[in-house]
Ligand binder design. Structure first.
Ligand code: SAH
Ligand code: SF4
Ligand code: F3S
Length: 472
């Protein structure tokens, strides 16, 4: 999963119906897809209280920053954003428009709750990733909740019990694709990573809950679900007949009418079980796409990172998966400049990338995180060296991505149309390999899966045309 700034949760048509005008809710989401899912669920639990999502903080009654702690930059962004929110809050009060409640949620809330309160007293609430289902109750308690901080204990089961009790119908959807969290937390303790501390131990949602939520999504027109977990392929949820693996869950999800496409992210190489690999060749709904981070290509660095596998094991694993699904789009994450990384170590990473080849990837300069073992490890790599390595790696990865996209030209395959494009009647869809596909005169097909002929592939997207257009 990667740190990106994602769009705020969009307005929901069902929100705020009733006698009183809706209260305006603005959620800004940082970090990984799980935070996107969590933001959507926060909007869901607040909707019955009359909160309707808006896409601007200006004039909002309730602002939530759903934060990410993965790298220093991500965490620091929160404080500058809070400064802006405080100004907006003061102006709103001065205009006589009432109070703006400010909450910090997500992984920074979990990791730095007390510091947030100290550094920015304008913050009313701090809610950890396992506690946001309590937002309505906290708001109801109003004044007493000022300055309240919850979520220091990890109990995702309580959160999901509360969310599931609301019923699958409570979920707002924004189009034909949706995230669905099935697993949370991480027991791997890579030495650079804060996630085991911010999200807690690995925990899987029961099968029945996942299936109910997926049915609810399908009823609202969702055709593609992406199953989320910090280590999603470690899924071991309680099923009707014992513990289910992720593969077994995927087969059951594929049976739900309307759910035509399934993806899952993020996976750890050590949890790629035989049944999951086999499913890639056997279950048509499982898209030929896999995000399987390796982080580095040097055995020495992999050991220091505590990744618990070597370079060759990863290379062999990818070969096995490609035997099952030769048409796989592989995606990955990389860290450069891990403490003590030499030129030779970095060359091993470049070499691994050349051998394996990726359809897309995210790469980052190592960021020392407080409380993680790597932060205290030996020599940190000078910034200029790390930047140079990042540039070289990204150049190679972009070349591979562009080549993969270009290789789709001339093919005909199914595209799920997701949203309107920028020009005229253009629509943007998703290919089986998660590329964006731009097609003219297709905006009447939103929500549908339709065959498209690909004209060309660029670095970040594909251009295609509807088959009928050719005939006409
Ligand atoms: N559970 C996922 C990743 C979660 S974090 C996995 O194991 O793959 C998403 C990505 O952020 C990681 O894959 C890693 O590449 C990057 N990352 C994590 N901690 C980092 C740090 N301290 N500095 C730089 N990048 C980091
Ligand atoms: Fe972080 Fe490693 Fe767990 Fe991924 S597997 S969340 S990188 S500790
Ligand atoms: Fe960031 Fe937390 Fe996700 S630290 S990457 S938001 S799990």
């Amino acid at each position: 999963m990667t740190e990106t700034l994602v769009a705020p949760v969009g307005a929901h048509p069902e929100a705020g119906t009733g006698e009183t005008p809706p209260k305006r809710l603005f959620i800004k989401t940082y970090g990984c897809q799980m935070n996107v899912y969590d933001s959507e669920r926060m909007a869901d639990v607040l909707r019955p209280l009359g909160y309707a999502a808006t896409d601007t903080a200006e004039g909002a009654d309730f602002v939530i920053l759903n934060t990410c702690h993965i790298r220093e930059k991500a965490a620091e962004k929160v404080y500058s954003e809070l400064g802006k929110m405080r100004e907006m809050r003061d102006k709103k009060l001065a205009r006589g428009e009432g109070r703006m409640t400010i909450a910090v949620a997500g992984c920074v809330a979990q990791a730095e709750g007390e510091e947030i309160m100290r550094r920015q007293p304008a913050v009313d609430l701090v809610v950890g990733p396992q506690a946001y289902h309590q937002l309505p109750e906290l708001l109801a308690r109003n004044a007493r909740a000022r300055g309240e901080r919850i979520g220091a204990d990890f109990a995702p089961n309580e959160k999901f019990d509360a969310l599931s009790a609301e019923g699958a119908a409570a979920r707002g959807v924004k189009g034909p694709t949706a995230f669905l969290t099935v697993q949370e937390g991480c027991d791997k303790f890579c030495t650079f990573c804060v996630v085991p501390y911010t999200r807690g131990a690995e925990w899987s949602r029961p099968v029945a809950d996942v299936l109910a939520e997926a049915r609810g999504l399908a009823d609202k027109g969702v055709r593609e679900v992406t199953l989320l977990g910090q280590n999603v392929n470690a899924y071991d949820g309680a099923g009707p007949d014992g513990v289910w693996t992720l593969a077994k869950l995927a087969y059951a999800l594929a049976e739900i009418p309307g759910i035509d496409r399934i993806r899952y992210t993020t996976s750890h190489p050590n949890d790629m079980s035989d049944d999951l690999i086999a499913a890639h060749g056997d279950l048509p709904a499982l898209m030929p796409w896999l995000h399987l981070p390796v982080q580095a290509g040097s055995d020495r660095i992999l050991r220091l990172m505590n990744r618990k596998h070597g370079r060759q094991k990863y290379i062999d694993l990818i070969a096995r998966i490609r035997e099952t699904q030769p048409d796989l789009a592989l995606s990955g994450d990389f860290i450069v400049g891990f403490p003590g990384e030499t030129d030779k170590d970095f060359e091993d990473t470049m070499d691994l990338v050349r051998q394996v080849t990726y359809a897309s990837a995210f790469s980052f300069i190592y960021s020392p995180r407080p409380g993680t073992p790597a932060a205290g490890m030996g020599t940190q790599v000078p910034d200029a060296v790390a930047r140079e390595r990042l540039h070289a790696l990204q150049t190679l990865l972009f070349e591979q991505q562009t080549a993969f996209n270009a290789s789709r030209a001339g093919m005909i395959f199914d595209v799920l149309f997701e949203k309107k494009g920028r020009h005229g009647h253009q629509a943007i869809g998703r290919s089986p390999w998660l590329q964006s596909v731009h097609v003219d005169d297709a905006d009447h097909l939103l929500g549908q899966i339709v065959p498209v002929e690909i004209i060309s592939g660029q670095q970040n997207s594909l251009t295609g045309r509807l088959l009928q257009q050719k005939v006409a």
